[in-house]
Design a protein. Structure first.
Length: 491
């Protein structure tokens, strides 16, 4: 039975509706409509469900439409930014453009104009989560508070992990190139009443992400979550591993991913599962995802409304997205993942992911009210990140082991991996990561941390054959106009 995360939403989730109607689009003092923090702390001591209600509201933000402050059909939470980043990476190609939601993206124009709404929505979305988590943490006792009650400890831990997740993505999207500790980063906020801040150095931003995630892991020790939309210790370790990998701390990233693998809570998706629709959060290989129900009220404005031909969607109606032709050409026909894509060159959906992501009913344009689930993290990416990190750290044997663990579910013979070492091994891991995690929102992160250059294939509508390096400014968002105009500390 599907779980409804909005159940028992109550009480202080009113704060989230206040955020929706707030007219200030930049980071400043928190809305006066929130109850005073000292009053909430007093109430929380008597009713911990108050804090739980706040946390459920923050998780709901990740899937709600309009959480980026607009009514655009690309504004629907984390999965919207997964599409944007996959297009920036070049692995997701716009092959037909009828409704023009992504035309400026494939032309790499959006990220060059700070007045574009698509430049604004991720800033608003992630800082909205940060603002909400700061209020929750303050309500529960503050950033340094370590409660004796396990339930409250778990709630604070999840809030800190969500704050770190938000800062991580802000750092990826709004800081050009790969990690440079001296590079200007993004504003940091850890208190509900902090006024507008300037950009902190990247070193401080990443240090804050690490501190939050390490604290979250400690606070959530012993936590068993009720639904996969919640962050637990393994998810927090995954986020921390991505952070260290982005910084070039490969040994630490390898250690963390190895801990997740050894925990044994998840199994790599089988050949049958990877062509099974990617539509069910209960899939054993999914670590973090959202169980979508009718109560969530999602339809056309959703990830499925942009990506699935078997949903009433833009993918069905004429805005077709597909795998980059150059990447697709590197998938052998005997690879189970080859079956995820339309292989008929005469089809307008050629190289599209018809058999990777789909509504189970498989009625073209059929699903009107979305019940297919959202994926945020799965164990295969942890194995691949472990392989990548070990390869960079010079531990080729461990890297080959993790790579083969995934490929053994995709290919009949993986013995060729045993002959790879050094740069050739790392290149193979990067290729297999791009293939395995296509359209899951991970290719952009891979591009930046490995300082890659992508040559776009023939099926893109723009920039075909153009070599685009990871530090091309067109791959990085501009700080939005609303922030520049209203925050005197942003330069």
């Amino acid at each position: 039975m599907k779980n409804n995360i909005l159940k028992n939403f109550g009480l202080l989730v009113l704060g989230l509706s206040v955020l929706s109607s707030c007219t200030e689009d930049f980071i400043t003092v928190y809305p006066n409509s929130f109850a005073p923090v000292d009053k909430i702390v007093e109430s929380a001591e008597n009713d911990p469900e108050l804090i739980a209600g706040q946390l459920n509201g923050i998780y709901a933000t990740m899937i709600e439409t309009g959480t980026g402050g607009t009514t655009r059909h690309t504004d629907f939470g984390q999965k919207g930014y997964d599409i944007f980043s996959d297009m920036l990476s070049g692995d997701l190609a716009l092959t037909q453009n009828t409704y023009n939601w992504f035309g400026a993206w494939t032309q790499l124009q959006t990220t060059q104009d700070y007045t574009f709404l698509d430049n604004y929505t991720p800033w608003r979305y992630y800082y909205r989560i940060i603002r909400s988590t700061n209020f929750l943490i303050a309500s529960a006792g503050g950033n340094d508070f370590v409660p004796e009650e396990a339930e409250l400890s778990y709630l604070i831990g999840q809030a800190k992990a969500l704050r770190a997740y938000s800062y991580f993505y802000l750092a990826q999207f709004y800081i050009n190139g790969s990690y440079n500790p001296a590079e200007p980063g993004v504003p940091l906020y850890f208190d509900p009443e902090t006024t507008a801040q300037g950009k902190a150095p990247s070193e401080e931003v990443y240090a804050a992400i690490i501190a939050d995630l390490e604290s979250a892991i400690s606070l959530m020790d012993g936590f068993t979550r009720s639904t996969k939309n919640q962050i637990d210790v393994n998810v927090a370790k995954g986020l921390l591993a991505y952070t260290h990998a982005a910084m070039g701390n490969d040994t630490e990233a390898a250690r963390l991913t190895n801990e997740i693998i050894l925990d044994g809570s998840y199994t790599i998706m089988s050949a049958a599962e990877i062509t099974g629709g990617f539509n069910d959060a209960a899939t054993p290989g999914w670590m973090w995802g959202q169980d979508i129900t009718l109560d969530n009220g999602l339809g056309l404005i959703s990830w499925w409304g942009q990506m699935d031909r078997y949903t009433y969607s833009y993918q069905w109606a004429g805005d077709i997205k597909a795998m980059d032709a150059n990447l697709y050409a590197q998938i052998p026909a005997d690879d189970a993942r080859y079956g995820q894509f339309e292989s008929n060159p005469a089809s307008p959906y050629y190289r599209s992911h018809l058999n990777k992501f789909y509504d189970p009913a498989k009625q073209i344009g059929g699903q009107r009210n979305v019940e297919t689930d959202y994926l945020y993290m799965r164990i295969s990416e942890i194995y691949l990140l472990n392989a990548e990190s070990n390869a960079k750290a010079g531990n080729d044997a461990a890297a080959r082991t993790s790579l083969k663990a995934v490929l053994s579910q995709r290919l009949a013979d993986v013995s060729y991996v045993d002959g790879l070492a050094g740069t050739r091994l790392l290149d193979e891991i990067i290729l297999q990561t791009r293939i395995e995690l296509y359209a899951e929102g991970k290719s952009y992160l891979l591009l930046k941390r490995n300082q890659l250059t992508v040559n776009r294939g023939a099926n893109h509508l723009s920039n075909v054959g153009v070599a685009i390096p990871y530090d091309d400014t067109r791959l990085t968002y501009e700080v939005p106009q609303a922030e520049v105009l209203n925050n005197p500390n942003i330069d």
